[in-house]
Design a protein around this ligand. Sequence first.
Ligand code: THU
Length: 132
Amino acid sequence: MSEVKQEWIDTAIEALDKAYVPYSHFPVGACLVTESGRTYQGINIENASFGLTNCAERTAFFKAISEGERSFTHLVVSGHTPDPISPCGACRQVMAEFCSPDMPVTLIGDDGVMKSTTVEGLLPYAFTEKDL
Ligand code: THU
């Protein structure tokens, strides 16, 4: 499993200040790393029509995918939570679409509390193209 870089952690934590969260006041930040080493920062973006909210993880993925990126090596997610932040089910499904099952995911809470897992660890027995 590739080691998480401090720079990626900093990018995910710095994103917290940019999150658009006027309704939940629950900022989430993400840093998605590509095979070439490029990083894409993500924030959650809420809407007065609550269901339109886009999570930080998916913002990072959609920024990267729309720039033509297809190969990812690490995802860092940060939140102001006592335990490491736990990605939602929709974001886990998007991770399963674009990442290998063993891709490392680093989850960060307050005070630097950290958990290392993988895409498959977050979504075992995922529904993917193999199932179609
Ligand atoms: N949120 C994320 O950005 N990522 C997750 O994985 C969990 C939830 C956001 C959505 C909403 O803006 C706020 O957290 C509260 O649900």
